[in-house]
Design a protein around this ligand. Structure first.
Ligand code: COA
Length: 249
């Protein structure tokens, strides 16, 4: 367990707060492990109705810790990042995200698998995988072209263009864009607490129905992306880009 993930329980809502402000909440292996475990516990605890994933009012996350990518790259399905994303995808309870500031890499990818997403208008979302010599991950190569069309998805995934919270809401990646980080967190919490007064079995079945049609295809795509992503992490292109980031900081 790491202090960089704060777990708070408020009645039936479990909040997982990314809390590594000095590194813009960049996600380490220890943080993924903690998130994976908390999601699993929330899923099996009948007292939990919903899970809220958030960062601070200034920053969601700068994505995977780049030093970790170089020193201890994920290697197979048992790696912390795969366990976290697996538990997120398989979570039977609603998962809500509140995003303000930067949401880079997996910080954007994970939103594609949350049930409700609230963003601040000026949030900056970005998937710079190609820019780092990598490739899309965890189903984004399937989900984004379907959601946005091939051309807009290519801007985001091939060029690594950043986009605002306002655009995320207009494109259907988020439910709503709000004025400030504080407003975003408050709105997401309010919506997450609504699940307390809804019948949990009906919520669970409805979420399952919404996810079922794509589940098998998504698993296959994630497997293909994962194999290529882990190969790419060890490629000269990626190593040059990742070490370049470390040298600049
Ligand atoms: N991994 C490790 N450390 C990171 C990090 C990451 N993904 N992102 C930021 N940091 C660290 C920086 O090294 C810096 O640490 P230092 O103060 O010890 O030098 C600190 O966080 C602040 O980062 P900085 O870049 O100065 O903040 P900023 O406000 O100017 O920019 C971001 C914020 C998120 C836009 C920028 O840090 C960024 O682009 N980070 C990389 C994102 C990325 O490529 N993630 C991987 C995607 S696969």
């Amino acid at each position: 367990m790491t202090d960089a993930i704060q777990v708070e329980r408020e009645r039936g809502l479990l909040t997982l707060r990314l809390n590594r402000p000095d590194k813009k909440n960049a996600l380490t292996r220890a943080m993924y492990s903690h998130l994976a475990e908390a999601l699993q516990q929330a899923d099996s605890d009948p007292g939990i109705n919903a899970v809220l994933i958030t960062g601070s009012a200034e920053c969601f996350t700068a994505g995977n810790d780049i030093a970790d990518f170089i020193q201890q790259p994920p290697n197979g399905l048992d790696s912390p990042v795969f366990r976290f994303m697996h538990n997120l995808l398989e979570c039977r309870k609603p998962v809500i995200a509140a995003v303000a500031g930067a949401a880079v890499g997996i910080g954007t990818t994970m939103l594609l698998h949350c049930d409700l997403v609230y963003v601040s208008r000026d949030a900056r979302l970005r998937m710079p995988f190609v820019n780092l010599g990598l490739c899309p991950e965890f189903g984004s190569s399937l989900i984004l072209p379907r959601l946005l069309g091939q051309a807009k998805a290519a801007e985001l995934l091939l060029l690594g263009e950043s986009f605002s919270g306002e655009q995320a809401a207009a494109w259907g990646i988020a439910c709503e864009a709000l004025g400030s980080g504080e407003e975003t967190l408050a709105k997401a919490r309010e919506m997450a607490l609504r699940f307390e007064s809804l019948p949990p079995e009906a919520v669970r079945i409805s979420k399952q129905l919404m996810k079922a049609p794509d589940r098998e295809l998504l698993r296959k795509v994630i497997e293909e992306e994962g194999a290529l992503f882990t190969q790419r992490l060890r490629s000269p292109e990626a190593l040059a880009a990742l070490t370049g980031f470390i040298k600049r900081h």
